[in-house]
Design a binder for this molecule. Structure first.
Ligand SMILES: Cc1cc2nc3c(=O)[nH]c(=O)nc-3n(C[C@H](O)[C@H](O)[C@H](O)COP(=O)(O)OP(=O)(O)OC[C@H]3O[C@@H](n4cnc5c(N)ncnc54)[C@H](O)[C@@H]3O)c2cc1C
Ligand code: SF4
Ligand code: SF4
Length: 636
């Protein structure tokens, strides 16, 4: 048998810290999770806040790509007796971030104090190419000279626009944000329901961004109150971050007329306290997270109305959520589906809408669906196939469509003719710089990459800010990641960390949720729970490193390794290539005969960083080492 080996390079070490690698702004999740495990809660907050001006909001609602990538979710779970009891679950990274933010973020302290701490903090061990402290250090030391205070207009105060404004302020610009709605934060304030994200928390997080000197003008619609031409004339550059605010329609019979609404329009009305005419039996079409936000908001509204007028209402009302996908294929998060089920949402899977049925008076009486027999083709492309013969009509008096959103770019009609669109509503964008075809005009957020997660919008806002810096100063700003390997001679793990089961985040009871529509469903961890959950983290930046010159080939490390990720093999069994040959020559010289040599193969994906191999080694040939990265911002 031949073993294929790879020689680690910098990308390899970065990929080891999977949570951080998966985060669009490269948050050092490992760093703050381990800080929580050690009881250093304020430091955990500062690590989480480093690259992300929306850390507290992310702690509540982030789609958490870090958690999906977490190595702990891929290793076998063992009980206290060492028995395999099934696959393990990832670290609850998002809930831990919430905990850290509740300890030391704007939830807990005035915005000026938070900002002060964030600005002054210098991370000790930080694998982070985009953190704020590094950028601040660079501007202070002059390696990234500050801009001359040119004013930059940003259209839209969603997470993309505000993240761009945040970084532009740090780089020495004067960012001015124009927002059509009465409140800032975009879909976070107008889409995500209050039972997931409290409104005062949004206000506090935005306050920290304002404190940097960012101007936010709410209630100003570009295209109505100020023209795009005027912005281009009065500002040195413009970033368009208007998101995708319009609900997509399906164009089916019966769709036009009363009591058929876009899902995000309903959520916006509910968030702003505007009244919208909803009946008592509602069908929500869609199977994603937005559909669940819509359905769960409506079921709260109906329950609340029923409670207020119980004596006069004959029934309590129903909310059906109808999705094309099967339960397993639904794009909504499992937790949304579970909590929706608990709250009484009637879920119908595998049905596609055909027609909204109306009576002679034009009132909605139901939605007719046909069976969907397949949603995706063999290449996992969306390509639904229906059985027209199998139909059902779900009675209702209101229909809410949550089947996607699109941007509104009417304001480009005045002064934006040179912003080319690749298809109507979506500007042509350079993916590296986020520049449009119009000089000095950039885009960010959902408008740049299509609807994704909040943290993608944050990453894209930061990227647009760097491009504006380049455009206006002629200098390119790049973060060079420096790598260091630190031996950890005293390294050890918490006893039994490998057998601790993931702690479920407690939620309030479904009855309480319906009785108090704005009360936050998730309770969050207390300090004891947070430390316990955080101590499950494998600390993936740490790995055993072997010194072949000391090894006596006893095989003790392979014997003791609980995940069997070590193997002692004859060197002749290792597949050779030019890279390996060069390494061997540099270590052993040209003339050595390697036939009798051995090799230790290590599968870092399965390693749980327990250090048992290092403890067992009789000749100290194994050292646990931490790989760390630091950012050095440079201008060229
Ligand atoms: C209902 C819903 C729930 C979501 N839940 C989650 C979640 O739980 N987790 C997650 O990670 N992501 C979630 N997302 C996705 C996330 O909210 C978006 O990806 C993110 O908000 C996009 O940011 P953005 O800044 O590009 O756009 P937006 O947040 O849409 O902000 C754009 C802003 O521009 C303003 N604007 C538009 N036109 C003009 C104009 N002409 N003049 C002035 N201002 C204008 C808008 O009013 C808006 O405030 C959700 C999205 C929705 C719709
Ligand atoms: S185990 Fe810890 S360090 Fe490893 S990916 Fe998960 S959170 Fe990150
Ligand atoms: S640290 Fe050593 S013993 Fe522990 S899992 Fe990794 S290789 Fe095996």
């Amino acid at each position: 048998m031949e073993y294929k080996v790879s020689i680690p390079d910098r990308d390899y070490w970065k990929r080891q810290i999977r949570c951080q690698d998966a985060c669009p702004v490269h948050t050092d999740a490992r760093g703050y999770v381990r800080a929580i495990a050690a009881g250093r809660f304020a430091e955990a907050y500062l690590i989480a806040r480093g690259p992300n001006p929306f850390a507290s909001i992310c702690g509540r609602i982030c789609g958490a790509p870090c958690e999906a990538a977490c190595r702990r979710g891929d290793i076998p779970r063992i009980d206290d007796a060492g028995n395999f009891v099934g696959p393990d679950l990832p670290i609850a990274i998002r809930a831990l971030k919430r905990f850290a933010c509740e300890q030391a973020g704007p939830e807990a302290r005035p915005s000026e104090t938070v900002l002060d701490d964030v600005c002054r903090w210098i991370p000790s061990v930080c694998a982070d190419a985009e953190e704020m402290a590094a950028l601040l250090r660079a501007t202070v030391s002059g390696s990234v000279p500050k801009a001359d205070g040119q004013a930059v207009a940003i259209i839209g105060a969603g997470p993309a626009g505000l993240s761009a404004a945040h970084d532009l302020a740090l780089m020495g610009f004067k960012p001015v944000v124009f927002e059509s709605e009465p409140v800032p934060a975009g879909m976070l304030a107008l889409g995500v329901p209050a039972y997931r994200l409290p409104r005062d928390l949004i206000a506090r997080e935005v306050e920290v961004i304002r404190a940097l000197g960012v101007e936010i003008h709410c209630g100003v619609t570009v295209g109505r109150d100020v023209s795009f031409t005027a912005l281009r004339h009065d500002f040195a550059a413009v970033i368009i971050a208007v998101g995708a605010k319009s609900s997509r329609a399906l164009g089916m019979p019966g769709e036009a007329g009363p009591r058929v609404y876009g899902g995000v329009d309903l959520l916006r009305a509910a968030s702003l306290g505007e009244s919208i005419d909803i009946g008592r039996d509602v069908v929500v079409v869609g199977g994603g997270n937005v559909a669940y936000d819509v359905a769960r908001t409506v079921i709260r509204q109906i329950a609340y109305d029923t409670a207020r007028t119980a004596a006069r209402l004959p029934s309590t009302g129903t909310v059906h959520l109808v999705s094309l996908e099967t339960l397993e294929e639904m794009p909504a998060d499992t937790i949304e589906i579970r909590e929706g089920d608990e709250e009484g949402i009637r879920r119908l899977n595998g049905w596609g809408p055909v027609e909204i049925v109306r009576n002679g008076a034009g009132a909605v009486t139901g939605v007719t669906f046909r069976q969907c027999v397949r949603v995706y083709d063999d290449q996992r492309r969306f390509s639904p196939v229906f059985d027209d013969a199998v139909r059902r009509t779900v009675p209702c008096d209101t229909v809410l469509l949550a089947v996607g959103q699109a941007p509104k770019l009417e304001f480009l009609a005045t002064g934006g003719a040179d912003v080319e669109q690749m298809r109507p509503g979506w500007p042509k964008v350079d993916p590296t710089t986020l520049a449009t075809t119009a000089p000095g005009v950039f885009v960010a957020g959902d408008l740049a990459h299509g609807t994704r997660l909040l943290i993608d919008a944050v990453a894209s806002g930061k990227k647009a800010a760097r491009s504006v810096y380049h455009h206006l100063t002629g200098r390119t700003i790049t973060a060079e990641a420096l790598i260091a390997h630190l031996p950890l001679p005293l390294y050890h793990r918490e006893r039994g960390y490998e057998s601790i089961a993931r702690l479920r985040v407690a939620t309030i009871e479904p009855e309480e949720r319906l009785a108090h529509p704005d009360v936050v469903v998730e309770r969050g961890y207390d300090p004891h729970e947070a430390v316990c959950e955080a101590s499950r983290c494998l600390d993936c930046g740490v790995l055993p490193v072997f010194d072949g010159n000391r090894c006596v080939l006893c095989g003790g490390c392979a014997d003791v390794c609980p995940t069997q990720c070590l193997k002692l093999v004859p060197f002749s069994d290792v597949a050779r290539d030019d890279e390996l040959d060069a390494l061997v020559r540099s270590a052993w010289g040209d003339d050595d005969d390697h036939a009798a040599n051995s090799a230790i193969l290590k599968d870092d994906e399965r390693c749980i960083r327990c250090a048992l191999c290092a403890d067992r080694c009789p000749v100290d040939a194994i050292t646990m080492e931490r790989t760390t990265f630091a950012a050095l911002w440079r201008c060229a």
